[in-house]
Design a protein around this ligand. Sequence first.
Ligand SMILES: [Zn+2]
Length: 118
Amino acid sequence: MAKHKKTPQRLDPKRARQLIAKIEKVCSGTITTRMKVCGKPECRCATDPDARHGPYYEWTRREGKRLLHSVVSAAEANDLQTAIANYRKVQQLMKEWEAHSVELIRSTHPQSPRRNHH
Ligand SMILES: [Zn+2]
């Protein structure tokens, strides 16, 4: 078996910005799938867990202080999954960009007084 070695690589900030610029959609939240029982006593789902209906896709997200749940189609869930992954990618890229910016700013102003952390 081939081993994948992931060395922590510092991103070029230009590349981080380019990658962010390419992203079309970002969404927050999570997608969960559920199987449901319809409630009809004659239906197979009443006795067989494998015969439950679905999957149904639910998108859970925060809007301000409220937690919102919505049932979405499989196609929409798929689209949302991509956008959610993009959101996380942008957050990661922003962190890299920020770290690089701090280094850059500090090296540009080597003489500024440093405040100690307490
Ligand atoms: Zn059923």
